[in-house]
Design a protein around this ligand. Sequence first.
Ligand code: HEC
Length: 274
Amino acid sequence: MNMKQMLLAALIFLPGFAAASGGETLIPLDDMKPNLEDQASLQRGAKTYLNYCMGCHSLKYQRYQRTADDLGIPADLMMEHMVFESSAQIGSLMGNAMSVDNAKQWFGSVPPDLTMYTMLKGGPEYLYTYMRVFYEDKTRPMGVNNLLYENVAMPHPLVELQGLQRKVCKQIPRLADNGGEMRDPLTGDLIMAEQCGDDLIQRGFSPLELVEGTGSLTPEEYDQLIYDLANFLHYTADPSRLERERIGIYVLLFLAFFFVFTWLLGREYTKEQH
Ligand code: HEC
């Protein structure tokens, strides 16, 4: 291939690869709409991250200072309550002390840096789903598995908050050959059938059930916690997004305003031509 062909091939295939990286997942992703205007949510997300994830996953492309400024957290409060690395200063990158060798020995794999994780996954939905589908699996070294990431090497860091989920079989409406739900012809009630695992997932039901009383948060509170966490990692993936969007609006307003004068000027110029 000569240079020109190679460039052409790259242009044709690159967008394909970019799209494929967001590709097929083991279970459908749950929807979440990130909101960077919601500073309280971002602050809560940062707090959860620094308390529960940072020990294993660094955020080394981000600085404490920038995070504090963008999220409206006073620097001294940030240092006092959210920074646990003893050598870290407000201007430091958000690294951690875990070495690659230790990580390999402890988990068999290295926890990735998560600064740009949501961008890599095509949005925060992947993380949002991942953190909500851990379930008990005694055959795994950490005692848990994950519906979205089979045989994951990570322990469930928030199990005390969420509680333990187990894989169960559920009674769901039986489907007729035409795809409709089957009903009893006399009573009109739905006819139920027991389904497990993938069959449940295919029908859009969760195969997981929370073991009562094992978590300190309600399911709604836990979902909110994970929403905030995913929102925060959506922010770290591209910290200038909020500012850019704000400036973008001014640019569009300016262009709209400028158009009026350009149009008037254009009319002056073409007046003589008729
Ligand atoms: C005790 C260490 C530890 C803690 C704490 C921890 N993780 Fe992990 N995490 C890991 C390891 C190890 C992996 C690699 C798993 C694998 O490759 O199987 C991982 C993988 C992940 C992945 C998947 C990465 C991929 O390849 O797609 C995500 C997302 C993630 N962690 C998010 C989090 C979040 C969010 C928190 C905090 C709530 C957290 N982790 C806390 C050890 C940890």
